[in-house]
Design a protein around this ligand. Structure first.
Ligand code: HEM
Ligand SMILES: *[C@@H]1O[C@H](CO)[C@@H](O)[C@H](O)[C@H]1NC(C)=O
Ligand SMILES: *[C@@H]1O[C@H](CO)[C@@H](O)[C@H](O)[C@H]1NC(C)=O
Ligand SMILES: *[C@@H]1O[C@H](CO)[C@@H](O)[C@H](O)[C@H]1NC(C)=O
Ligand SMILES: *[C@@H]1O[C@H](CO)[C@@H](O)[C@H](O)[C@H]1NC(C)=O
Ligand SMILES: *[C@@H]1O[C@H](CO)[C@@H](O)[C@H](O)[C@H]1NC(C)=O
Ligand SMILES: *[C@@H]1O[C@H](CO)[C@@H](O)[C@H](O)[C@H]1NC(C)=O
Length: 497
């Protein structure tokens, strides 16, 4: 009996030590402790740097472009930094997977569904379908542009009436409603009147918002110690998470039911209609188009699309409120090209290079998505000579590329001119990659670019934003989370004459 226990204990210790001491090909990184690995190293580093993304950059400075971390019982986490390593990682199909983390599955009903956290055939089919359908509904075409413009105009009207009664504290939650509305129209057809209070729209917004803030890049504590949820569900936030997930599923389920009731044969009003038709058509057993899948795709689109776009617009306003000189140049350009009355259109992008450069510079500096969503190695492989085993998690560190001193010279400066050449034209810089690259690149890129451009152009045509004296120094690093959010600011809005 005792012999068996001692043998087990020795075996267990050897296993722990073996897991702890990686092979010599494992990417370099802090040494860590047995069992917990680098959890405490990371905790310390994040406390010091305040942001996960800054912590990754610090690790890259110390250990190089490929850093290996072990966080509890989870698969090793590999941080890939610098442009060369990021390009290499993104060009390799074997790194296109997504991790099997507990929370990733849990958020789509306990199975891998949707686009963001699937891989293999499900991902390929869903992604292709979503891209194609959104394109048909005007991705990059007039229809989408009109939808966005409509919301942008409502937004300027709302802000105008709010500005009459002093400075605006909560500007971003107004912009987020407009952003959400464009996406909602594309996906579910109906439009909400933004000038009226709308409890339903507000509900989606709050659910979407909760979901994102509830998890962070490494997946939070639950991904690493999933058994904790049975012991201390309230402590880990599991109870709250479940309530929110249920609320969101319920919301979409009722929307889908409504679509089923009101659908007309052969006529598609929106994304949900097209998806329902696809479900009927491919009703074989192997099909990955079903209602649960649709709910997951909807969750994915809203989670990935609303906060990112909202945050980008929020950061643009914050930066411009701080840098009145830059805002003045944008005003001057809009004045010269559009005047007061002509509504901005996507086609005007060519003639508004400074505005375009300003948006690019905010994307570079704000790093709203500072890393990729976690990728997973789907086979044993190597990256720049280091061993990457199957199921390792990889993160592409975009921030390290956007803040590379050798390339940008003065990466910490906010300087839109870096994207403008002698002739005053916008010049593309391949080091800017806010939407990622490769096959996993953001699938809402065109929608996001057009939304940000049109919203910003409409707002700046009408208003000047200045900092309220009560909050003179907003922290331009923003607020950490799954995405980086702009600081809460209070702005004064002045109607331009
Ligand atoms: C300014 C706004 C946005 C930024 C900065 C952004 C950035 C990103 C980034 C960095 C990724 C990860 C790429 C990777 O994991 O390698 C991503 C993925 C994704 N984005 Fe966006 N995004 C934005 C807007 C949107 C919008 C509006 C939508 C939806 C309509 C959207 C839908 C998605 C989806 C579904 C994925 C997952 C793609 C996949 O796993 O195959 N994004 N985005
Ligand atoms: C902004 O958000 C707060 C709560 O977060 C809410 O009470 C308020 O009504 C919102 N304002 C607008 C204009 O949406
Ligand atoms: C990450 O997630 C954990 C658990 O969900 C949470 O306690 C922690 O505050 C989060 N960190 C950040 C920076 O959001
Ligand atoms: C956990 O939270 C829920 C509501 O959020 C509450 O009803 C329940 O009593 C809590 N459980 C414990 C053990 O505190
Ligand atoms: C939009 O951004 C503001 C400011 O960061 C934030 O308070 C709000 O919750 C965001 N809304 C969404 C849906 O992301
Ligand atoms: C505007 O900027 C984006 C990058 O942010 C670039 O891809 C696009 O070509 C630019 N458009 C023009 C007309 O300069
Ligand atoms: C990878 O993860 C999957 C799912 O958790 C598991 O079934 C498989 O055995 C793992 N493979 C390796 C080599 O670790």
């Amino acid at each position: 009996m005792w012999f068996a226990i001692i043998c087990l204990a020795i075996g267990f210790t050897i296993k722990i030590l073996h897991d702890w001491r990686h092979s010599s090909k494992f990417p370099p990184g802090p040494r860590g402790l047995p069992l917990v690995g680098n959890i405490f190293d990371m905790k310390r580093l994040v406390e010091e740097t305040k942001f996960y993304s800054h912590a990754w950059c610090r690790l890259a400075d110390i250990y190089g472009p490929i850093v290996g971390l072990k966080l509890g019982t989870a698969e090793p986490l590999i941080i890939v930094s610098g442009r060369d390593a990021v390009l290499e990682m993104m060009s390799r199909p074997e790194f296109d997977g997504r991790p099997h983390g507990f929370l990733y599955k849990h958020r789509t009903g306990g199975e891998r569904r949707g686009v963001i956290f699937t891989d293999g055939d499900i991902w390929r089919n869903q992604r292709r379908f979503v891209l194609r359908t959104l394109k048909e509904f005007g991705f990059g075409k007039m229809a989408m542009e009109d939808i966005i413009l409509n919301d942008a105009v409502s937004l300027t009207n709302i802000i105008e009436s709010l500005a009459k009664s002093g400075s605006i504290t909560n500007l971003h939650n107004i912009t987020s409603i407009a952003v959400l509305n464009s996406l909602w129209t594309l996906i579910a057809g109906s439009r909400f009147d933004l000038t009226k209070e709308n409890p339903k729209l507000r509900e989606v917004l709050s659910v979407v918002n909760d979901l994102i803030r509830n998890s962070n890049v490494t997946g939070g504590i639950l991904t690493h110690l999933p058994f904790l949820r049975y012991i201390i569900p309230n402590f880990t936030g599991f109870t709250v998470l479940n309530q929110r997930l249920a609320r969101m599923s319920q919301f979409f389920r009722s929307e889908i039911a409504k679509h089923k009731q009101t659908k007309m044969h052969g006529e598609f009003r929106d994304f949900i209609d097209v998806y329902l038709a696809e479900m009927e058509q491919s009703s074989s057993i192997i099909s990955c188009f079903d209602e649960e899948q649709l709910i997951s795709v909807l969750k994915d689109l809203f989670t990935a699309g609303v906060e990112t776009t909202n945050n980008t617009i929020g950061f643009i306003i914050t930066h411009l409120a701080v840098r009145q000189d830059v805002q003045g140049k944008v005003h001057e350009e809009i004045e010269r090209v559009l005047g007061k009355e002509i509504l901005p259109r996507v086609a005007h992008k060519n003639r508004l290079p400074y505005l375009n450069a300003t948006i690019a510079e905010v994307s570079r500096l704000a790093n709203i998505g500072p890393t990729s969503i976690p990728h997973r190695a789907m086979i044993d492989s190597t990256l720049l000579g280091y061993e990457i085993k199957k199921n390792y998690t990889l993160l592409a560190n975009f921030r390290s590329v956007h803040m590379d001193e050798k390339h940008w010279g003065d990466p910490k400066e906010f300087r839109p001119e870096r994207f403008i050449n002698d002739k005053g034209d916008y010049v593309e810089d391949p080091w800017l990659m806010p939407f990622g690259l490769g096959r996993r690149k953001c699938l809402g890129e065109i929608l996001a670019r057009n939304s940000v451009f049109l919203f910003t152009a409409c707002l700046l045509q009408k208003f000047q934003f200045t900092l309220s004296p009560e909050y003179p120094h907003p922290n331009l690093d923003g607020v950490d989370g799954f995405t980086i959010a702009p600081p809460d600011i209070c702005v004064n809005v002045i109607k331009r004459k």
